[in-house]
Design a binder for this molecule. Structure first.
Ligand SMILES: [Zn+2]
Length: 692
């Protein structure tokens, strides 16, 4: 790298606050001074002089809105011919210079490395490049096989062209994946199982295997594990080639990769991030975790995506600090996702672990950009909150209860149930962790799927922590053929109530003032059976029983709690255990259960009757911590009580306009929780709370 370019890089890093310091505390990762925000610029804008000028003009009205402009190499999802890509890189060099002149960093997003799926095939890469093949033998017309010399030659050619255009960084898009759309009828398939790839995959087995074998045994854990290893190796090899190619042109150019929550790729983020950082592990790597949330008709999907992103971020090594969430409004029909939802999405993903956002929200059509100015203005308005949040949350991991999952479990479409296990707690104002941190809350949320992947010894260890679970997992834990942990669970399945069952809250300290209340989820409409629990240990305590419409008891216990001989605490919920915590009594009971399971180690929670998604981060070395609460409903919430485990007398609460209110603790309890009452959170708005 030339000296002048190094100085420029230093200047840019200082300007955009990407410097960070790593604390000696294992819990405290990089501390960032602000968010990293980019706009991803579609081809139809940057290939048109007038439209690109209009973009710069509009963005110029909002100084500080974005740090980076990231240029897509193409609009459609099948690779374009190499010479066409090289031709575009000539113009990109000019656009990058124009972006620099306006004070933006500028990079290239290589839209197609493998290719996503068939689109604009007649004007795309030629048939001489071998296409990927599924285990059924189907050809993926828009996706290239990644394991042949012609493909590798192409990768060298197009990534060299991109690097020579002089960007500040290059992004690899999320077409580097295993699940692709095959043809115009929308069928998806897993790649690549072509004859050539099958030879490589066979090396994982003791014998030559074929596609028929893969199809027949795909869901067997040991076969699936081998396929995932092969896939992870393929991606890793591809990234080693891209890394070498790009760094041969510019040794210091950061590489970024966009991902989704796809278990069948191997989910090997740490390995791939290290490979992209080069043989000496010293090049900067960016990450763009994503997921599907393209329109606002189902707002729970926004938070579901945040949890997917949280899990993705939890697998990244701490040295990856530029983590821009994918904010995508595909297919870019302006009214499908409002400016308010688009910006709230960035906040929600920051709460879950990102340190910035990549807005892919501009038009892909030939239409003037002034129709998008309100959206751009809203992003500019909310940018200070993104910065504030990243400054306080940094890369500290999320803490709270841990919905048990691991990257090696699940397969599409019967994937890990962790999503359902996470959302119901997060929206009840209970913070969730995406990674197990033994010195934190120590409460696991346990599914049958998770338990089934573990040995008896591992299962036994689980029941030494706090465990919230359902009857499916209970039955497996008790099964004499597998785990035989009856002594530790204290309860057994005791039959089902299939009609007219209503939950009744019994007298118990965890139910507090709600004893005697009922919760009817109308079994005649939603026919989930209610499971009765038999106490096999006299110390099991009943939280809820089941009654019918006449008030007659149908089961003595459907929610029970137990402290076992190893000191573990267990709650088994036999009545809609993963949903519908939406009335005051249930929400309060669930919060009390989780706090009890944690032995008062839960770092905090919301203690008001409200729909608030809630995240907290591990403390810094000095004990300070921060978190985000999002009002996830259409009504304002007044006097939102946050119960936080701290000895501080006050916290700072920042609203969406970054106005600070200092809130003094109004009370405290013997376990060390203090109650801080936030005066108001507006509908679909966040607050950032800081305790330092
Ligand atoms: Zn292949």
């Amino acid at each position: 790298m030339k000296r002048s370019k190094k100085l420029l890089a230093l200047y840019v890093a200082l300007l955009f606050g990407l410097f960070f310091s790593v604390s000696s505390s294992a819990q405290e990762a990089a501390r960032l001074s602000r968010a990293s925000v980019c706009f991803r610029i579609p081809c139809n804008i940057w290939t048109d002089d007038a439209r690109f000028a209009q973009l710069l003009e509009i963005l110029g009205k909002y100084p500080g809105i974005a740090d980076e402009l990231t240029f897509f190499t193409q609009k459609t999802h099948t690779p374009i011919p190499d010479d066409e890509l090289e031709r575009r890189c000539v113009l990109l060099k000019q656009r990058i210079a124009e972006a620099h002149a306006r004070g933006y960093r500028a990079g290239i997003n290589l839209m197609c490395t493998l290719g996503h799926h068939p689109e604009n095939v007649p004007h795309s890469i030629g048939p001489e490049f071998p296409r990927a093949q599924t285990m059924d033998g189907k050809i993926a017309e828009g996706t290239l096989c990644p394991n042949n010399d012609l493909f590798r030659e192409r990768i060298r050619r197009v990534y060299t062209a991109a690097a020579k255009a002089g960007p500040d960084y290059i992004w690899i898009d999320d077409d580097v994946r295993v699940i692709h759309m095959l043809d115009s009828d929308g069928t998806h398939g897993w790649i690549c199982f072509c004859d050539n790839c099958m030879k490589t995959l066979s090396q994982q087995f003791d014998e030559e295997i074929d596609r028929d074998f893969i199809r027949a045994h795909y869901n067997e854990p040991d076969v699936l594990a081998k396929i995932r290893t092969f896939t992870s190796d393929t991606i890793d090899g591809l990234f080693a080639l891209i890394e070498k190619t790009v760094h041969d042109v510019d040794p210091d150019m950061p590489l970024g990769f966009m991902t989704g929550e796809r278990y069948d790729e191997g989910y090997d983020f740490e390995r791939w991030a290290k490979t992209l950082s080069g043989p000496n592990r010293d090049k900067e790597v960016y990450w763009r975790p994503g997921g599907g949330f393209y329109e606002q008709s189902y707002m729970s999907a926004l938070f579901g995506k945040s949890h997917e992103i949280g899990r993705q971020v939890s697998l990244l090594p701490p040295e990856v600090v530029v983590i821009q969430s994918e904010i995508e409004n595909f297919p870019y029909q302006f009214l499908l996702k409002s400016a308010n939802v688009t910006t709230l999405e960035a906040v929600s993903h920051i709460a879950a672990g990102c340190t910035g956002a990549a807005f892919n929200v501009l038009t892909n059509n030939d239409e003037p950009l002034d129709e998008y100015e309100d959206l751009i203005a809203k992003i500019a308005e909310r940018r200070p909150f993104f910065d504030l949040a990243v400054r306080y949350l940094g890369r500290n991991p999320n803490v709270g209860i841990f919905p048990l999952w691991e990257r090696t479990e699940g397969y599409y479409p019967n994937r890990s149930p962790v999503q359902a296990l996470t959302s119901c707690f997060s929206e009840a104002g209970i913070p969730v962790a995406y990674k197990y941190l033994p010195d934190q809350t120590n409460v696991g949320v346990l599914s049958h799927a998770y338990l089934s992947h573990h040995t008896r010894e591992e299962a036994k260890k689980l029941f030494q922590m706090g465990i919230y679970t359902d009857v499916n997992a209970l039955n497996l834990a008790n099964d004499p053929e597998s785990y035989a942990l009856n002594d530790l669970t204290g309860m057994e399945y005791d039959g089902e109530i299939r009609v007219d069952g209503i939950e009744k809250f019994e007298e118990h300290p965890l139910n507090g003032p709600f004893a005697g209340r009922t919760r009817d989820l109308r079994q005649s409409f939603w026919r989930e059976p209610i499971c009765s629990l038999k106490k096999t240990n006299e110390n099991v305590e009943t939280l809820s029983s089941c009654v019918d419409y006449a008030g007659d008891q149908k089961a003595e216990t459907i929610v029970g709690v137990f402290e076992n001989s190893l000191g573990g605490r267990v709650c088994v919920n036999g009545f809609y255990p993963w949903s519908n915590f939406y009335n005051n009594s249930k929400q309060s009971q669930i919060r009390a259960i989780v706090r009890w399971l944690s032995r008062d180690r839960l770092p905090g929670y919301v203690d008001s009757f409200a729909l608030v998604n809630f995240w907290m981060r591990a403390p810094n070395a000095d004990g300070g911590f921060a978190g985000i609460a999002i009002n996830s409903n259409y009504d304002p919430i007044k006097n939102v009580a946050l119960m936080l485990k701290t000895d501080k007398d006050s916290i700072d609460v920042y609203d969406y306009s970054c106005r600070k209110t200092t809130v003094k603790a109004s009370s405290s309890d013997a376990a060390g929780y203090r109650r801080f009452v936030v005066p108001e959170i507006k509908p679909w708005e966040p607050v950032l709370f800081v305790c330092e």
